[in-house]
Design a protein around this ligand. Structure first.
Ligand SMILES: Cc1ncc(COP(=O)(O)O)c(C=O)c1O
Length: 373
C-alpha cells in the first residue's frame, strides 16, 4: 500500500517541472551530442557560480566526486583519511577507491557532524586528508578543521553531497578551504539538487586542479586517445547535465522551502517527545533531511508506518561497524556518540513539494505515535 505521506515523491517532483524537463531533453536529442558537450560545460559554469566556486567539474556520481577530489589532491596508497563514522558508506568507499585508508572518528551530538577534537586526536604521521561530511544539509564546524588542516599540512575535501547551497559562517560549503581544498556533490535523485539518474560534481578554486580533474574523469586523457594518467571513466552525460540545469534554476527556492518545512516541524513537534536537531549559530542548513531522535526509534517508525507516514534511517549502521570496513578493525563501543545516534535517529518526509496538509499530517502522526511509544 502506498503511504499517505511517502518518504519521497518523485512523481510530484517531475510533474512540477515537466514542461521544463521535456524542453531540456528535446534540446539534447536535437543536438545529437551526448557526452562532454555544451550542456555539461554550461552546467559546470552555472553550478560554480551558484555555489560560490571558481570552477566545477561534473562527474558520474558523488562517490567518484570524492574519490577523484582525493586523488587530484595527491591522496593515495599508504595515506590515512580522517572522516566521520555516520554517513552514506559511499563517503568511505571513495577513500578506499583512492587507495587510502579511512580512519573513523566520533561526532558532535548536536549535529552528528565530525567532532573536530576527535579528528585532531586521530591525526598521525600517515594522515594526509580530512573528509568532513555536511550531514543532513547542516555544515560541519569547519573553523577548527581548517585550522587543523593548516597546522598539520593536510588536504581538506568536504563531502557536501547532502548540502548543496548550505552556508558556514556565511560562506558556501564545498569551497571553505579555498584553493587548498575541494568540495564533492552528489546529484542522486533524492538530493537537494537531484538528477533523474546519477550525477556528481567537484567544486574547485584552483585552475590546475580543475584541469587535472577533467583529465582524471575522462580516462586520464590529455586529448583524444592520449592517456596521460591513470584516470577513470566517470563523465556526467549531456542529458543529465541539461536536466540538472533545470533543477539548478530552482535550487535556491527549493532550499528555502525545505528550511520552512523544517522550521514548521521543529515548532510543531516541541514537547512531543521526539528530539529534533537544532541549527547551530555558525550554520545555514539546507535541510536535506529532517531527522529526529527517540529512545524507542523502531517502535516510533512502526507506529508512523501504521499511520501511513514513510520514514527512513540515515544511517542505521555506523561505518566502523559495517562488514565492508571490517578489515579496519572497528568494534562496538569504539565511537559511543555515533553508536547511540544510530539507535535513535529517524528521518521524516521533507521535500519541496510536500504540501501544508501533508506536513500537518506528519506532525499529528508523530505526536500520536510518540505518545504510544
Ligand atoms: C554524504 C554522502 N556522501 C556520498 C554520497 C555518494 O553519492 P552518490 O550516490 O552520488 O555516489 C552520498 C549519497 O548517496 C551521500 O549522501
Amino acid at each position: 500500500m502506498t503511504p499517505a505521506v511517502p518518504f519521497v515523491d518523485f512523481k510530484l517532483h517531475v510533474a512540477a517541472l515537466r514542461a521544463e524537463l521535456d524542453a531540456a531533453v528535446a534540446r539534447v536529442l536535437d543536438s545529437g551530442w551526448f557526452i562532454l558537450g555544451p550542456e555539461g560545460q554550461a552546467f559546470e559554469r552555472e553550478l560554480a557560480e551558484a555555489l560560490g566556486a571558481s570552477d566545477a567539474v561534473a562527474v558520474g556520481n558523488g562517490t567518484d566526486a570524492i574519490h577523484l577530489a582525493l586523488r587530484a589532491s595527491g591522496v593515495g596508497p599508504g595515506d590515512e583519511v580522517v572522516t566521520t563514522s555516520i554517513s552514506a558508506a559511499f563517503s568511505a568507499l571513495a577513500i578506499l577507491q583512492a587507495g587510502a585508508r579511512p580512519v573513523f572518528v566520533d561526532v558532535d551530538p548536536r549535529t552528528l557532524n565530525i567532532d573536530p577534537a576527535a579528528a585532531a586526536r586521530a591525526v598521525t604521521s600517515r594522515t594526509r586528508a580530512l573528509l568532513p561530511v555536511h550531514l543532513y544539509g547542516h555544515p560541519a564546524d569547519m573553523d577548527p578543521l581548517l585550522a587543523l588542516a593548516r597546522e598539520r599540512g593536510l588536504v581538506l575535501v568536504e563531502d557536501a553531497c547532502q548540502a548543496h547551497g548550505a552556508l558556514y559562517r556565511g560562506r558556501p560549503v564545498g569551497t571553505l578551504a579555498g584553493a587548498a581544498g575541494l568540495g564533492a556533490l552528489s546529484f542522486y535523485p533524492t538530493k537537494n539538487l537531484g538528477a533523474l539518474g546519477d550525477g556528481g560534481a567537484i567544486l574547485v578554486n584552483d585552475p590546475d586542479t580543475a584541469a587535472r580533474l577533467r583529465q582524471l574523469r575522462n580516462g586520464g586523457q590529455r586529448d583524444r586517445y592520449h592517456h596521460e594518467s591513470f584516470g577513470v571513466n566517470t563523465r556526467l552525460d549531456e542529458l543529465q547535465a541539461a536536466l540538472l540545469r533545470v533543477g539548478l534554476r530552482h535550487l535556491a527556492a527549493w532550499n528555502e522551502r525545505r528550511r520552512e518545512l523544517a522550521a514548521f516541524y521543529t515548532r510543531e513537534l516541541a514537547g512531543s517527545g521526539v528530539e529534533p536537531f537544532v541549527e547551530q549559530e555558525y550554520a545555514r542548513s539546507v535541510a536535506h533531511l529532517y531527522v529526529v531522535r527517540h529512545p524507542r526509534r523502531d517502535a516510533l517508525a512502526e507506529a508512523l508506518a501504521r499511520r501511513g507516514i514513510g520514514t527512513l534511517i540515515h544511517f542505521p549502521l555506523p561505518l566502523h561497524l559495517q562488514p565492508a570496513f571490517a578489515s579496519l578493525g572497528g568494534r562496538p563501543g569504539q565511537l559511543p556518540v555515533v553508536e547511540q545516534a544510530a539507535r535513535e535517529i529517524l528521518s521524516l518526509p521533507l521535500y519541496p513539494e510536500l504540501t501544508e496538509n501533508a506536513a500537518c499530517r506528519v506532525v499529528e502522526a508523530v505526536r500520536a505515535a510518540a505518545r504510544e511509544c
